[in-house]
Write a protein that binds this ligand. Sequence first.
Ligand code: FES
Length: 103
Amino acid sequence: MSYYKRHIFFCTNRREEEGRQCCQQAGSEEARDYAKARAKGLGITGAGGVRVNKAGCLDRCEEGPIAVVYPEGTWYTYVDSADIDEIVDEHLVHGREVKRLKI
Ligand code: FES
């Protein structure tokens, strides 16, 4: 059995050079902080529960901002806090993929 039941990684990569988008431009740091606070507030974090982490570039930059949930390997993009709420409440809590946000 794995240490965490589910693990979500938010790409928070910041790219300095022009011409290619990066997730941090789209508010991924704030999104990760928001998701972490929400998961904590729901009491689902910790061993046997959920972990919310930052990640470097996941190399799907043009589809971003990007988050990925394991063990399912479900890739998401998101726009606002309502999207994050749905990913946390549906996928992290109940294991139900949020189809409308999948990439
Ligand atoms: S910068 Fe986020 S996937 Fe590349």
